[in-house]
Design a protein around this ligand. Structure first.
Ligand code: GDP
Ligand code: IMO
Ligand code: MG
Length: 421
């Protein structure tokens, strides 16, 4: 029986997961998303075209592979429809290629409103969510009030919806939040009809049967380990388990069925939304990373905060996920930098630590190791051997520190700008 390989982010999201899933898809027969929802924005570029996927797995563009939206995902029918219709217009009709778990939860129009209402109520402690209703939908799932894709097939669907909406409206009244849901609701009802056209399946059976038949499966994570609801910088996190264990619960795959764990990281760090970020740069270098790296949210357009690579955080993420292979992205962004810094420890109240702390306090200072910049265009390199020595020193330092090989290096947004070792 085959195993499921997992690919997931090791930082605060936007590491480049979409691009690499697309690059790896030819090795697999099935690609499956296991958590998150349209808070994700996964960018793919090839043949001069650019796509941003939110709910649909990134394995749809290479050779008609089956793609699965697993039970751990939350789906907004309106955004799903917009995404799928846009893809259909560009010649990618997914009605046969895409399976959706009946156990995936539905984001209702009032979930989006609740997301905004909760953020408003938090005042200056806002999480800076994507506003897509992610938190309220997962909250309903865990409190056993959620609506699932399978409910779309039930004759009681209107009543199930009405009950959920009434409950949400009572909360919104309690919060004194002003809203108008009528237009969104009309769109949503049209969109759930559209969703019914897809293959709604028991995805745990679908995936385990595929493995039993010797098919290979790639599980695609969204967000990143430092946004995980258990291990991220709580409460500035998303509401799902973004870590490797999330692939087990989000697809119905047993832990022993997990094969390779690909951990993706940028050669520096970014974060969008609020919350601690130990190596954040507030200077011109941070601005350079942002402008050269085009660090603006794929979903919200928000400016991403930028900083140096943080090996304390990276090692923590590698530990939590059991990463077996590293994938390093966007090194090309630092092509012109004279010096590149990496945080190897934190200093907290005068003492050094290499552990990721329970709480990142204001007194935390990263301890850096400096590297000489490579000062040349990595985008021209086609093999690892062609990379300049200064760049190889950077890569090999990361491998030594983490004890995990860097197997893929990405030097540009295009599918082809990828070096596999
Ligand atoms: P994801 O959410 O992890 O899929 O990542 P995003 O798509 O949100 O953000 C990654 C951004 O970096 C996208 O705009 C990609 O096109 C771009 N990108 C990916 N890999 C590279 C790379 O190696 N170099 C550069 N310059 N851009 C990259
Ligand atoms: P991909 O898959 C980066 C962040 C939000 C916010 C926090 C909670 O593209 O890497 P939520 O809407 O999930 O309740 O927001 O999580 N966030 C992301 N940041 N990339 C993402 O996805 C993200 N999804 C959520 O900015 O700080
Ligand atoms: Mg993204």
């Amino acid at each position: 029986m085959k195993k499921v390989d997992v690919i997931l982010g090791l930082q605060w999201g936007d590491e480049g997961k979409g691009k690499v899933v697309d690059v790896l898809t030819p090795r697999y027969e099935v690609v499956a998303r296991f958590q998150g929802g349209p808070n994700a924005g996964h960018t793919l570029e090839f043949n001069g075209e650019k796509y941003v996927l939110r709910s649909i797995p990134s394995g749809i563009f290479q050779g008609g592979k089956t793609n699965v939206i697993g039970n751990g995902v939350v789906i907004d029918a309106i955004l799903f429809r917009a995404e799928a219709e846009e893809l259909a217009k560009s010649g990618h009709d997914l009605t046969r290629q895409l399976c959706i778990s009946k156990k995936a939860h539905l984001i209702l129009p009032t979930h989006r409103i609740l997301d905004a209402a909760y953020e408003a109520a938090k005042g200056s402690d806002k999480i800076g969510t994507t506003g897509k209703g992610i938190g309220p939908t997962y909250t309903d799932k865990v409190s056993r009030n959620g609506m699932r894709v399978g409910d779309l097939l039930s004759p009681d669907f209107p009543q199930i919806y009405a009950r959920a909406k009434a409950r949400h409206e009572a909360i919104l009244r309690g919060l004194g939040y002003d809203y108008d849901v009528a237009e969104l609701e009309a769109q949503w009802f049209g969109a759930v009809d559209y969703l019914r056209r897809f293959r709604l399946v028991d995805s745990e059976y679908f995936i385990n049967s595929a493995l039993a038949e010797g098919k290979s499966v790639l599980a695609e994570g969204a967000q990143g380990t430092l946004l995980d609801v258990d291990f991220g910088s709580y409460p500035f996190v998303t509401s799902s388990n973004t870590v490797c264990a999330g692939a087990c619960t989000g697809l119905g795959v047993a832990p022993g069925r997990i094969g390779e764990v690909f951990g993706i990281f940028k050669a520096y760090c970014t974060r969008v939304g609020s919350g601690p970020f130990p190596t954040e740069l507030f200077d011109e270098t941070g601005d350079r990373l942002c402008s050269i790296g085009h660090e603006f949210g794929a979903v919200t357009g928000r400016k991403r905060r930028c900083g140096w690579l943080d090996l304390v955080a990276l090692k923590y993420s590698i530990m939590i996920n059991g990463v077996t292979q590293l994938i390093m992205m966007k090194s090309d962004v630092m092509n012109d930098f004279d010096t590149i810094r990496v945080a190897t420890a934190y200093e907290i109240d005068g003492r050094q630590t290499t552990g990721f702390p329970y709480e990142v306090s204001g007194s935390l200072k990263p301890v850096h190791t400096d590297f000489e910049g490579w000062k040349c265009d990595l985008r021209g390199c086609k093999t690892y051997d062609e990379f300049p020595a200064a760049f190889k020193r950077y890569v090999e330092f990361i491998e030594r520190e983490t004890g995990v090989p860097v197997r893929i290096i990405s030097v540009g947004p295009d599918r082809g700008e990828t070096i596999v070792r």
